[in-house]
Ligand binder design. Structure first.
Ligand SMILES: Cc1cc2nc3c(=O)[nH]c(=O)nc-3n(C[C@H](O)[C@H](O)[C@H](O)COP(=O)(O)OP(=O)(O)OC[C@H]3O[C@@H](n4cnc5c(N)ncnc54)[C@H](O)[C@@H]3O)c2cc1C
Length: 426
């Protein structure tokens, strides 16, 4: 029987351990924190958005763009839903975003932990992996723990996560382990994270939420765009659309290129329509003081800011606004430009872009192309997903394939549909 050591007991590591044990391997799950699966508890605001029924290749990013989808297809959202149902987690669907029916992330973790117990997986918490030494017969894993210095295994799966939210255990130490085995690390940057922007006025609009489009520009080039509820903070911008574009801003800043965010607070209207709308509005109530002109359309703090930034003389009334002044207001509403000065740190990031170069792992098995017997799964690899359940889906899918293959199954027979067909259950 093969002994598989899984290093890192996050989402991908627990899935890899369960599938390897289910495929017949003896499994040791090594975790340096005092308990397993800490990050899962903070996912989805404590509710755990564990997958999404809308799946497309564009939901996953990597320098090697076709790689993530090959793995997702082998264990997809449907397989994830059935897997969790089997271990007791009934799912709740909110517009395609899936959560445990109890709305408790702890339910997902408890179910995984019970499965780990049921399969007799040896869990070694408080055990830090320091080095992986390949030998003639398997691997010697040097650890820091109370129970000894070495663990031996025939196969090793590295599931140490990224640098995002290091308080949960993902401190980036896995990159050094992968590097010591000869792997290239694509620069690791915060993603799904808030953006810091220039402008002392941000303090005056902190706390405002508004539906809009945020696009990231570098010079004349629009790099990314997303629409949803933008949250304004005292240092810049946050909210799901900002998270979605943040990976592109992080890369621009890393390359020391200019990065600008353009906010559109009337995304359903063109610039011309917005101008015409404001002109008509001015004519309907010409006596309204300028300070009241945008009230009812936008949050008062935003209206005040635009009036202030427009430079229009105080004391004017709506009916006195010139075409140029309407144009100025329209520009602020439709194309509010701010320079991006940074992202928030890894502490606040939900994931990272970058990681172990996926061209150095077999896209069918996730085995290292350099050291046979070493496998990778989860965020440690250069794969990040969109916000909405895609990062956990990546963790489940990659953990599944790495676990099955490390246990000795062929890539093909590991696919759930083939397994079910072979067992006569489909
Ligand atoms: C606040 C927050 C909310 C999120 N919400 C969602 C969501 O709702 N939906 C979604 O899809 N994604 C969400 N994500 C992202 C998702 O949680 C991660 O992508 C996913 O958990 C990554 O799993 P992983 O197994 O690769 O890494 P991790 O879960 O980070 O696990 C890595 C594990 O390895 C251990 N480890 C690291 N180094 C060593 C070492 N040297 N020795 C031993 N152990 C080690 C760590 O302690 C950790 O337990 C969220 C992330 C955060 C931070």
């Amino acid at each position: 029987m093969n002994t598989v050591a899984v290093i890192g007991a996050g989402a991908s590591g627990m899935m890899a351990a369960i599938t390897a044990a289910d495929a017949g391997a003896r499994v040791v799950l090594i975790e340096h924190k005092d308990r397993i699966g800490k990050k899962i508890l903070s996912t989805g605001n404590g509710r755990c958005n564990f997958t999404n029924i809308h799946q497309e290749p564009v939901c996953y990013h990597s320098e090697n763009p076709l790689f993530p989808w090959r793995i997702i297809e082998k264990f997809n959202a449907r397989d994830t839903i059935s897997f969790f149902l089997q271990i007791g987690v009934y799912s709740k669907n909110r517009n395609g975003y899936l959560y445990p029916n109890s709305d408790q992330a702890s339910a997902v973790l408890d179910a995984l932990r019970m499965e780990i117990d049921r399969l007799g997986i040896e869990v070694r918490t408080g055990t830090e992996c320091r080095e992986i030494c390949p030998g003639k017969r398997g691997f010697k894993i040097r650890v820091q723990s109370e129970r000894g210095e070495f663990i031996r295994a025939d196969r090793v799966i590295l599931c140490t996560g990224s640098k995002a939210a290091p308080v949960t255990g993902s401190d980036g130490s896995g990159y050094a382990l992968a590097k010591s085995l000869g792997h290239r690390i694509i620069p690791v940057l915060p993603a799904l994270v808030q953006l810091r922007c220039e402008g002392s006025f941000f303090k005056s609009i902190a706390g405002v939420r508004a539906v809009g489009t945020v696009s990231v520009w570098s010079g004349m080039e629009c790099i990314a765009r997303d629409t949803g509820e933008i949250q304004l903070t005292d240092y810049g911008i946050s909210g799901i659309p900002v998270f979605q574009v943040s990976r592109y801003a992080a890369q621009l800043l890393y390359e020391k290129r200019e990065a600008e965010a353009v906010l559109d607070f009337m995304p359903d209207f063109t610039k011309e329509q917005t101008g015409a709308f404001l002109s008509a509005r001015a004519k309907t109530r010409p006596d309204k003081p300028l300070e009241m002109f945008l009230i009812g359309l936008f949050h008062k703090k935003l209206s005040d800011l635009w009036v202030r930034l427009s430079g229009i003389a105080r004391g004017k009334h709506a009916g006195d606004l010139t075409e140029k002044e309407i144009e100025k207001l329209t520009g602020l509403i439709k194309e509010f430009r701010v320079r991006i000065t940074g992202t928030n740190s890894f502490d606040q990031a939900q994931v990272c872009r970058g990681g172990v170069d996926t061209s150095e792992a077999d896209p069918d098995t996730l085995e290292s192309r350099y050291i046979p017997g070493v496998y990778f799964a989860g965020e440690l690899l250069d794969v990040d997903g969109m916000c909405g359940g895609y990062n956990l889906q990546w963790a489940w899918s990659s953990g599944y394939t790495a676990g099955r293959c490390a246990a000795g199954e062929s890539a093909e027979s590991a696919e759930p549909s083939r397994r079910q067909a072979a067992n006569g259950t489909e």
